[in-house]
Write a protein that binds this ligand. Sequence first.
Ligand SMILES: [Zn+2]
Length: 392
Amino acid sequence: MASTRRYYDDGYTQRFSGRIAARGEHAGQAAVELEETWFYPESGGQLGDHGTIGSARVLDVQAAGDGRVWHVVDAAPAGDEADCAIDWARRFDHMQQHTGQHVLSAALERECGWATLSSTLGAERSVIEISTSEVDWRTIERVERVANRLLWEDREIRLHWTDAAGVGRFALRKMPQVDGPIRIVEIPDWDLSACGGTHTKRTGEVGVLKVTGWEKVRGNVRLGFLCGERALTDHAWRTEAMVEGAKKRTLKDRDLIAHLDRAAEERDELAKQLRELREKRLAEDARARVGAPPAPVVELAESRSREEARAFALACLSAGAPWVVSAALAPEPMLMVARAKSHPADLKAMLPDLLAAARGKGGGSPEQLQIAAADADGVRTAFALARTALER
Ligand SMILES: [Zn+2]
C-alpha cells in the first residue's frame, strides 16, 4: 500500500515512532516501508533523507512507482515498531536550498523575465537552468539583492492542497503535470509553485542566498547557487583563499586578479624570450659544429629532449652540413638521421637495419629518419651503424 507521507504537511518532525509495514528491497538493497513516514524520498530534484530506524541506518529514501516509500537501510531493524530519527542537519540544509530555489526562481522571473526550466539540489551545489542565453555579474548582483531582501522580510510560507479542477485559481509559475491532489507552496505576494518538496516555515530560515557561477547548456544558462550554512562555508574558503593569496603578494584583495593577469602576461613574454634565445644559441652551436667548409655532424648527447635533438639536426642542415646523426640517451632514448637535399643517400633504405639495432620504432623519408630506441644501448648501436653507413 502507498505510505502516508507526513512530511507534506509537517516538514519539522525530526523523531517519531514508526510502524514497519513491510520489509523488502530497493535496487538490490535491504529496505523497509513504514505505515507513515516523515522521511523525504528523493524527488523533484531534492535528495532523499538520511537517519535511523531503530538500530538501522537509513542510507537513502526512494518512492516506488506504486506510491510506496522505501527506506534503504544498512540492516533490517528488529520488531514491528521502531524509534525513527531524521538526520536533521542534512534535511534542514535541503530545506534551505529548496526554499531558496523558489525565492531565486521568482526573483529571476520578476527582475529579468527568465523562467526556471529545471532545478537540481545536489549534495554540494544546487543548480537551476533558466531561459536565457546570456547573464552577467551585475544582473546577478541585482537579482541576489532582491532575493535576499525577500528572505530577510521573513515571510511565512503557506501550503495549500488542490486538484486539477481547482488549480486554476492559483497563479502558478509553472503548471503541474500530476493527477490527484496537488500541493501548492506559497510565499505570499512573491511566489506560487506546485511542489512536493520540503521547505522552511519562514523565508528568514534560509538565511542567505548566493549565486556562485554559471555555464551555458542547451542554449540556456545553468546557474549554481548556495543557501544558508552552505553559502557561509563557501564564503569562508573563498575569502581565506583571496585574503591569503593577496597577502603573499602584499596586495589589496581587489588588486589580486589584475596582478595575476599581469603576472601571466610577463610569464608568456619571458617564455617567448627564452625560446628565441634557445633558438639563437642552437643555430650558433650548429654553425660552430658544421664549420667551414661544412662537414657532417655526429652528436650523441647524454641527455637532450627529442625536440631539441631534432631542432639541432635541422639547424646543422641549415648551416650547410651534408648529413647529421643526432641522438640522445635520455630522457627518451632516440636517434635522428637527416641529410641535405643535395646528398644522394637514401635514408629510408637504412631504416630496417637501424630499427633492428635500436630495437625501437620509427619512420621517415629518404631525407630524414626518427627512431625511438628501446634503451640507451639501442641508441649507441644504431648511432654507430648510421654513422658508419654515411661515412662510407
Ligand atoms: Zn519546493
